[in-house]
Structures are given as C-alpha cells and as structure tokens.
Ligand binder design. Structure first.
Ligand code: G3I
Length: 399
C-alpha cells in the first residue's frame, strides 16, 4: 500500500462548507463532488471556510494484523462472513483468519437459514462457521435470535398470538443451547426500536410485538440467559451514530428501552451498535460520546457490531473516496474506543468483494463500492490503516 500516493489526493483545493458540525466527523472534501455532498448538509447560517485537509496521515508502524492490534488493548476485532464465501474463496479465508479474532455468521443463524420448517433446525452451515472460528482461534458470535426480518416462508401461515411464545421459546432454547459454551455473545433481539412507527414506547411494529406485546423483548432475554448463562446477551440496533434527527430520536428511544429493561431485571448485558455509517452524513462527536457514556453508566458493555461505511454518495475518484472513508473510520472509532465499556469492533464483512452494500447501496456511476478494510483483491486499503490507527491509539482495557 503506497500511503504517499494515496495521500496525494486531498492536498489541493479549498472547499466552502456551511455547517460546523458537518466537519466534526468528516475529514476533508475536494472538488465539485464534495460540494455536491456538502450541499445536502451544509446550508447552515454560519458559513465557515474549510481548507481541505492536506495529506492526512494514515500510516501505521508495523504490519501487525487488526486482531493483534485490538488484542493489545484488550479489545476484540472481527467481522461477519458467510459459509459459502469462506468455502469457495481460500484467499479470503486465509486473510479472514489473519485479521479477525471473532467471526459472526452474516445470515446462517437467522430463522430463514436455520429453520427449514416449524419443527426442524438445520445447523449445518452455522456449525461449519463455528468450526472455522474454533480452528482459527477466533471467538464465535451469534446473530440473531429475534428479528422481524429473514423469517422463513412458513412463518406467516404458522405463527399466531396463541403459539408465538412457545415457538420463540423453542427457537431460543434450541439454538442457544446448541452453541452454549462455544459462543461469545448473542444478539438476542435485533432492531426492535423504530420511533417512526409512532408508538409511545418507540417500539417497532413487528410480528413479535403484534403476537406477544412489548414484553417479548424481556422474555427473549430471560430465555436466552437460562439456555446459556455464560454468553453475553446483547440488544442490537442501527441508526445510533449520526447527528440526523432520526438518529437523535433513535438514541433517545434505545436508551429508554434499555432503562426499562434494566429496571425490571431483564438480563441484557450489552448494547450492539451496528454502525452502518453513511459516508455523506455528519456525526456529532459530543453527542456520540454522551450516548456511549449513558449506556456505560447503566452497567452495560458496548459492541460495535456491523461497522462499514457506505460510499454511494461519495466522489467517484478512488483515491479521494478511500481517504474519506478512512477518515470516517478513524474519526468514528477514535470517539467510540475512548469509551472503555466498548469491548469489540466488528466490521460487516472484511473485503469489498463481499458486501451487502454492493446490492443495497450501489453507486449511480456503477463504480464498485469500497466500504470495508480490504479491497476486492484482499489487500489492505486506507480504511484498514484507519482502523489499525484507532486500535493503536485506544486506551488499554483492564485484563
Ligand atoms: O441464500 C439465498 C440464495 O439461495 C439465493 O440464491 C440468493 C438470491 O439473491 O439469495 C440468498 O439469500 C440472501 C442472503 O442475504 C444470503 O446472501 C437473501 O436474499 C438476502 O436478503 C440476505 O441479505 C442479508 C440481509 O441481512 C437480510 O437477512 C444480507 O446478506 C446481510 O448482510 C444483512 O445483514 C443485516 C443484519 O442482519 C442486521 N443489520 C443490517 C444488516 C444489513 O442489512
């Protein structure tokens, strides 16, 4: 990786951007593409002049993989991946084992993949991943037990208010016991909060809410705790990172949910912050820090569970784009890792060759997306260096 050559991209122009907080997390922008991005957020009343950053330094000492850099600080670095990818791409599998100390099945533990029918479970694919993790000295992590998406075809016809509790109980008990003693943590409930649905408790309208009422969350955690008292039990959600009104509302709503759960003794032990960051959206360092502290003050651990940076709104130029993405990684992680309750950072994929963003947030100019630490050829990008730098600078956790 030629850092100096990469560094060339943002040395030249000056950009006028309107709103101060836009800059806090964003690093630099150049050229007309940058102005187009800035115009989405930069129309505040106090325009300030911004000089595009000169050759922001993304260098690191030594070649040490991310897993070792994280471990040196008492942190875990890992990533999500899929059985089919690891089985078919040996180069990827080798790089995955080198860089990651934790593996999260991207889809294999979702109902759709695990439960071909109401009365059967198929652990073939997830067991393969658990073995891969174990052989390569990695933690294995569970995603996810209760979600409104990736439900099997039979769900709609077979699940109703009368049987939903039994079906959830059987699912959580069977799956959690299957991996008891082999799993680091479980996303017990995923994405249950959605203020836009307009409920007073901010919960999302899901089949689980409809069948079981708001207590389904507490129930799921209690069942999971009974099935494996040692796994760390996590509430996982997205939209908690940026300074947009939606994210502000989501932070408030998630804090309220966690407070409610804690007050009734629900065994929730950590918050999973997905961190699917939008390359063009601002984040506010102060608010993010305050949110992390509020969560930590509840006695909860924090995991960054699905980190990536969507680049569909960023300039096409790869050198510029990679610098922007790297800047966001380092700025975000620097804030997050200052909070000692944060114990792990997981990216949602490792290489740009395999990312959900290719389908979900593709670019209008049809250039390939570049949201992850390694490029499509498994080489380290500036994003990798940015994450490495954030680990190197992070305060050491107690061992
Ligand atoms: O397995 C089938 C395959 O047989 C078929 O040929 C193919 C055709 O498209 O589809 C395959 O299933 C897809 C599956 O990914 C495996 O690639 C599903 O259609 C597709 O919906 C599924 O998308 C996943 C999505 O969650 C929904 O479960 C993404 O890979 C996965 O990255 C994404 O992950 C979510 C987290 O679970 C929760 N947080 C947000 C995150 C991103 O959306």
């Amino acid at each position: 990786m030629d850092i100096t050559r990469q560094g060339f991209a943002v040395t030249k122009k000056q950009v006028l951007i309107g709103r101060r907080h836009f800059l806090l997390g964003m690093g630099s922008f150049v050229g007309t593409d940058a102005l187009a991005i800035a115009s989405r957020y930069g129309h505040g009343k106090n325009p300030i002049q911004v000089t595009a950053q000169k050759s922001r330094d993304f260098s690191v000492a030594e070649n040490t993989p991310l897993r070792n850099r994280a471990a040196a600080k008492g942190l875990i670095y890992g990533a999500a991946t899929q059985t089919s990818i690891l089985r078919s791409d040996t180069k990827f599998a080798t790089r995955f084992a080198q860089e990651c100390a934790m593996l999260v099945p991207e889809n294999e533990l979702k109902w759709k993949m695990l439960r071909p029918s109401l009365n059967s479970f198929d652990f073939t694919r997830s067991d393969w991943l658990a073995n891969f993790a174990s052989k390569n000295n990695m933690f294995f992590r569970g995603h996810t037990l209760v979600w409104h998406k990736s439900l099997p075809e039979w769900f709609k016809a077979r699940v109703n208010s009368q049987n939903a509790e039994q079906i959830m109980l059987k699912h959580i008990t069977t799956v959690v016991k299957h991996y008891a003693g082999k799993i680091h943590s479980w996303d017990v409930v995923n994405e249950a909060v959605f203020p836009e649905h307009g409920r007073a408790d901010y919960l999302r309208n899901t089949p689980w809410l409809k069948f079981l009422g708001p207590n389904y969350i507490d129930f799921a955690f209690r069942v999971a705790a009974q099935a494996d008292p040692k796994a760390l039990l996590v509430y996982n959600d997205y939209g908690l990172e940026h300074s947009t009104p939606n994210d502000e509302a989501k932070r408030t709503a998630v804090l309220k949910l966690l407070e409610r759960l804690k007050s009734k003794g629900t065994p929730v032990q950590a918050l999973g912050i997905q961190a699917h960051l939008e390359g063009e959206a601002p984040f506010n360092t102060k608010k993010l820090r305050a949110f992390l502290k509020d969560v930590a003050d509840m006695g909860l651990k924090i995991m960054i569970t699905e980190l990536d940076v969507a680049d569909n709104m960023l300039p096409k130029n790869v050198l510029v784009r990679d610098r922007l993405i790297a800047g966001i990684y380092e700025d975000f992680l620097s804030v997050v890792l200052d909070e000692k309750a944060v114990i792990a950072v997981l990216t949602w994929g490792l290489s740009d060759r395999y990312t959900w963003l290719r389908d979900r947030k593709s670019r209008k100019d049809s250039a390939s997306v570049r949201p992850l630490p390694l490029n499509a050829h498994m080489e380290r990008k500036l994003a990798w260096y940015a994450i490495a730098r954030a680990f190197d600078k992070a305060p050491k956790r107690g061992f």
